[in-house]
Design a protein around this ligand. Structure first.
Ligand SMILES: [Zn+2]
Ligand SMILES: [Zn+2]
Length: 425
């Protein structure tokens, strides 16, 4: 059979949460399109998205570059002892103390991924405006939602604030210019998210003529990276973003179980072992996550204690329990409360990154409090274990395929062909 050019099905979309193929309404008539079955946001149209996202990303990059040049904060102790910290020193100090996992996680989430996100959004804005979107740029752009989740300027700022409040109790703390520049960059990054309408970018990307090996017999497949719904088959390249088409994340259940299992095992040392050793005037010793929370509460810092408790203890427990429930119900092919379970998945994916707040707080404490017996903070093994738990649970929620819940319940019986009923919707 002669291969036929891939037919695209213009106003159709596949819900990435439940797998329903559906006809999309005209975007001019409605700004928010939600899935007819599970309520997931299929598209949130935003005016001037390409230009505004590009501007926010450009400004964010400038502020981020400034933040790299100046100190974040400085502390003074009696006798004129002085210490300062900048963005580079944090990961470097952690590495020097042997906390490799922490150093690597901080380096990636605080330096590499925010810079990647802002650069790619800016480049893609310029690219679609001038009509030049090379393959590397399109592929890079498909990673923006993932990089957004892992770029943690906002989480770092909260962690830094917690650390500086803690240090204020025994040192004189001054905020450096980089903290304000980073605050600005974080706001710009949030601005990018607020103005971001991925589909508005993709609509302006030229499609290359795509030849489906299956010809017109090919089923309908929605590209998970750019949302294009077209005739094609798994493994073929999407006509728009040029990434390989896949129907479902491969080995999702097994991979997610493995990651949940590893995170659960590591949660034991993370909570039992001390996360840091705090020495004040020759006194003090190792403290655990729970111990640190109690210490904050005893010092009257109830707000901070609550934040640390929720981010470091409650969120990981909710994530691990929630993912286990989703996995078990999927394996049992349960059709019970599918919409609620899909919402639970969205919640799990949303909250995970905030658990990193304690990792960033530890980094700031380690970098600034280095006055020997007078005042010193050292990272302990528990911190690395905790960081690994956070990273593994984030990987786990990323590797889980929510559409499998609907597949398993028999709700996506016609995965290979866009049924006439759906087309008629
Ligand atoms: Zn849906
Ligand atoms: Zn695509």
């Amino acid at each position: 059979m002669c291969p036929a050019v891939m037919t695209t099905l213009g106003a159709c979309g596949e819900c990435t949460d439940c797998g329903l193929l559906q006809r999309l309404p005209e975007i001019d008539a409605v700004a928010l399109i939600t899935c007819a079955r599970c309520g997931a946001t299929l598209r949130q149209a935003r005016r001037w998205s390409v230009v505004l996202s590009g501007l926010c990303a450009g400004l964010g990059l400038v502020l981020f570059a400034l933040a790299l040049l100046f100190p974040l904060a400085s502390v003074w102790m009696s006798g004129g002892r002085f210490a300062t910290s900048d963005l580079w020193m944090g990961p470097e100090h952690l590495r020097a103390q042997g906390a490799w996992v922490l150093a690597l996680a901080v380096f990636a989430t605080l330096l590499v991924l925010p810079a990647f996100k802002l650069t790619v959004v800016l480049a893609m804005s310029i690219g679609v405006c001038v009509g030049a979107t090379p393959r590397w740029l399109k592929v890079g752009f498909t990673f923006v939602p993932l990089a957004s989740e892992w770029a943690m300027l906002d989480v770092f700022l909260l962690g830094a604030m917690i650390a500086l409040f803690r240090l204020e109790a025994w040192m004189l703390v001054t905020f450096g210019p980089a903290l304000f520049a980073l605050g600005g960059a974080a706001l710009c990054s949030i601005g990018v998210d607020a103005a971001f309408d991925e589909a508005a970018f993709w609509e302006r990307v030229k499609r290359r003529p795509h030849v489906s090996a299956q010809g017109t017999d090919a089923g309908v497949i929605g590209c998970r990276h750019c949302g294009l719904v077209a005739r094609g088959d798994e493994g073929e390249r999407c006509a728009r973003c040029e990434r390989a088409l896949i129907r479902r994340k491969p080995d999702s259940v097994q991979r997610t179980w493995a990651l949940v299992g590893a995170a659960t095992l590591l949660a034991i040392p993370a909570n039992v072992l001390p996360v840091m050793t705090i020495v004040k005037l020759g006194r003090g010793g190792p403290s655990t996550i729970l111990g640190g929370t109690v210490e904050l509460a005893q010092a009257g810092l109830w707000g901070l204690a609550t934040i640390v408790f929720v981010a470091s203890i409650l969120v990981p427990v909710v994530k691990l329990t929630g993912l286990s429930v989703l996995l078990v119900t999927t394996q049992r092919r349960s059709s019970l409360r599918l919409t609620l379970r899909t919402r639970l998945y969205r919640l799990i994916a949303l909250i995970g990154r905030w658990s990193m707040v304690d990792v960033f707080a530890t980094m700031m404490l380690v970098t600034l409090a280095r006055f020997g017996w007078l005042g010193r903070v050292l990272p302990d093994a528990g911190a690395s274990a905790f960081c690994a738990v956070v990273v593994l649970t984030m990987f786990a929620s990323e590797s889980f395929e929510p559409r499998l819940m609907w597949d398993a319940a028999g709700m996506n019986r016609k995965p290979l062909a866009l049924s006439s009923e759906v087309m008629a919707q």
